[in-house]
Design a protein around this ligand. Structure first.
Ligand code: SAM
Length: 440
């Protein structure tokens, strides 16, 4: 028998029945419950007019109609009211009472026994009722196409399949729920994951900043929390600029840059990322503008990047107006890779004033993360970057762990170690500071 709830002021009124606590296999029928709701009896022809003025007072629950037929009067309707706001006639506001009077509605409150089912509860209410009392039930997840990507805590694991199913039921478009089973520490930064509920298929399609990406989420890196960072970098680029993307993933820097008419060289060591990068370039119709590589970042820098830089910065480049950018988004390791810039163009002639600008990502757990990143990058290059770089806080990854992006122009003294620099056409220009450390 469904539980009958009568106390209007009960804060648990819209909680599922108490006997669902501890359920590990989802039984939707166990969520049935009857609650007593205040209602107004009205004539059907005034319902539309009245509802506009009763927005505050009307009941708002997922899947519950606010107006139903009056079982005792064919010509009448019942307006469901919010039991936390309306107890008696005195609970109506002055304007509400006035419109009731205008429309000749008796403001007396009646009662209606409403059946609530699984469909009428929000995911958080369901999980709060099922999981052990007093424990965190956070129902948040990252959405990657049709996939809900959860990061469950230990105490939630006995309920993992139920949690996954609730996420699918309550979030339109989600047909698969997966749980991260360890931290990203493998080379290709893809998550090790367990399918909790729904489709096993991890082939998915996402939209980010108006571009479409397709990939197998179990085999490549994708993080929906980086969309702002992808567009921040894209906005720094101008048509005609050259972009080298050393750790390109499936293309979220490379594709928008190519769409902006930049020349793009994009690389990823993961053969699966490389495959989807090629695919996404075609999908977004920029395959003619992106050269795609499947190399270790160091080999990419010392091979294709070096060759192109020789062209871009060589003696014929004096008139060159566009900038060269190098994006390095592998925060756990990218700083180590900037050592490849040391003497990269040693012995080469340099005709350009516009040396490449590096955007290198890093994590930091330091109390002063900006300074920490500047110092570590400076140490690798053997110079000080504190006055000639800017640091942008990308996001807080975990308590006391930040992801940052350090941006600096590679000094000539680093790129051309043994070259006598011609001061007429070759300056070590510090990068104009876009943000200060205080931004952090
Ligand atoms: C954090 S992801 C960034 C992907 C993409 N740029 C983005 O913003 O979503 C880092 C990428 O670097 C790739 N990677 C890891 N080690 C690498 C290496 N040694 N050389 C080149 N790519 C590497 C991984 O496969 C992964 O796609």
């Amino acid at each position: 028998m469904p539980e009958i709830e009568t106390n209007h002021r009960d804060s648990e009124l819209f909680s599922p029945p108490s006997d669902v606590r501890g359920m590990t296999e989802l039984d939707r029928t166990a969520f049935k419950k009857i609650v007593t709701i205040p209602v107004l009896k009205v004539r059907k022809e005034i319902v539309n007019k009245l509802m506009r003025s009763l927005k505050r007072a009307a009941l708002q629950r997922p899947g519950i109609k606010r107006v139903i037929e009056d079982p005792e009067d064919e010509e009448g309707r019942l307006i469901m009211l919010d039991p936390y706001k309306i107890f008696t006639v005195d609970s109506f506001e002055k304007e509400e009472l006035s419109i009731l009077k205008q429309l000749n509605v008796n403001p007396q409150i009646s009662k209606y026994n409403l059946e609530l089912t699984y469909e009428n509860f929000k995911s958080e209410e369901i999980l709060r009722a099922v999981l052990p009392e007093g424990q965190d039930v956070t129902s948040g997840f990252s959405r990657v196409g049709h996939i809900a990507h959860l990061n469950l805590r230990d105490h939630q694991l006995p309920y993992k399949h139920l949690i996954g199913q609730v996420m699918i039921d309550k979030n339109p478009g989600i047909t698969s729920a997966v749980n991260k089973i360890n931290n990203i520490d493998n080379t290709y930064r893809n998550f090790q994951m367990e399918v909790l509920s729904g489709e096993e298929n991890m082939m998915t399609k996402v939209r980010e900043n108006n571009y479409t990406y397709e990939f197998d989420f179990s085999k490549v890196y994708w993080n929906p929390r980086l969309s702002t960072e992808h567009s921040r970098i894209t906005e720094l680029l101008k048509p005609g600029d050259v972009l080298f993307d050393v750790f390109a993933g499936v293309g979220p820097f490379a594709i928008p840059a190519a769409k902006k008419n930049c020349t793009v060289f994009a690389n990823d060591l993961n053969p699966e990322s490389h495959k989807w990068l090629l695919h996404n370039c075609k999908l977004n119709k920029v395959d003619q503008k992106v050269k795609v590589f499947n190399l270790d970042g160091k080999d990419f820098l010392q091979g294709p990047v070096r060759e192109e830089l020789m062209q871009q910065l060589g003696p014929l480049s004096k008139e060159r107006k566009h900038s060269v950018h190098i994006v390095m988004n592998l925060p756990a390791k990218a700083i180590e890779f900037i050592s490849a810039f040391k003497a990269l163009l040693d012995g080469q002639p340099c005709g350009s004033e516009l040396l490449p600008i590096v955007h290198c990502y890093s994590f930091s757990k330091d109390a002063n993360p900006a300074k920490d990143v500047q110092q570590r990058a400076g140490t690798v290059l053997g110079i000080s970057l504190e006055a000639s770089s800017s640091v942008h806080l990308v996001r807080n990854v975990a308590p006391n762990k930040e992801m940052l992006c350090i941006t600096f122009r590679i000094p000539a003294a680093v790129l051309y170690k043994n070259q006598t620099v011609n001061r007429d056409n070759h300056e070590d220009q510090p990068l104009k500071r876009q943000r200060t450390d205080k931004d952090l």
